[in-house]
Design a protein around this ligand. Structure first.
Ligand code: GDP
Length: 201
């Protein structure tokens, strides 16, 4: 009887989980974005001061709940040698956040090429893509129109996936909630990869 009740409980209260990759060049602001997301979506979260964030060597993970669903965010290190490891996560992921440093004009084309390479990987075909034009609080940030023109995302470069370029300041939190909500809605509506089902805890 207990196992029957337990089974029913699990069936009705299982949670759908979506796996989201956060990638981009080193120093673009991925970990700051992850921390800011935790602050916005996890109640009573006492995070570390954002200025204390150090370079990611490996992986940072956050779990946030949105409207009875769960998003597991993986923030992967962006150094060149760590980029080789990204594709190990592509097979599991439902959506991608790609962070661009809007002030780093020197590396913008590199960032674009890294993005295109990732989007051409077969395990990411049609995965919804949120591009964050980060550090928009800074005076030297390129405006969104210029970034859009340079990144030139079109079906030839990133495929026919859902894609949005969002203006953000991960440091100040501006645009972070809108970006996460957009991506959640896209992966939730997408039939590309079914969510994982996990017992509620
Ligand atoms: P990651 O290597 O992509 O994870 O980048 P980090 O999150 O570690 O950030 C790299 C640096 O950029 C840190 O000094 C952050 O404080 C800074 N940074 C990140 N996001 C912003 C932002 O929106 N505005 C400004 N002004 N600085 C930012």
């Amino acid at each position: 009887m207990f196992s029957l009740l337990r089974g029913l409980w699990d069936y009705f209260f299982r949670r759908e989980e979506y796996y989201i990759l956060i990638i981009g060049l080193h120093n673009a602001g991925k970990t700051t974005f992850l921390e800011q997301t935790k602050r916005l979506f996890i109640s009573n979260y006492n995070g570390m001061p954002l200025e204390k964030i150090t370079a990611t060597v490996g992986l940072n993970i956050a779990t946030v709940d949105i409207r009875s669903h769960r998003m597991i965010l993986w923030d992967l290190g962006g150094q060149e040698d760590l980029q080789q490891l990204w594709d190990k996560y592509y097979g599991e992921c439902h959506g991608v956040v790609y962070v661009v440093d809007s002030c780093d004009t020197e590396n913008l084309i590199t960032s674009k090429n890294v993005l295109i390479k990732a989007m051409k990987h077969q395990d990411l075909q049609e995965a919804p893509l949120l591009i964050l034009a980060n550090k928009q609080d800074r005076q030297d940030a390129l405006p969104l129109t210029q970034l859009e023109a340079t990144l030139d995302t079109n079906s030839a470069t990133i495929g026919g996936r859902d894609c949005k370029i969002q203006r953000v300041s991960a440091l100040q939190g501006e645009g972070v909630k809108e970006g996460i909500e957009w991506l959640f809605n896209r992966v939730n509506e997408s039939s590309r990869r079914l969510p994982k089902l996990r017992d509620n805890d």
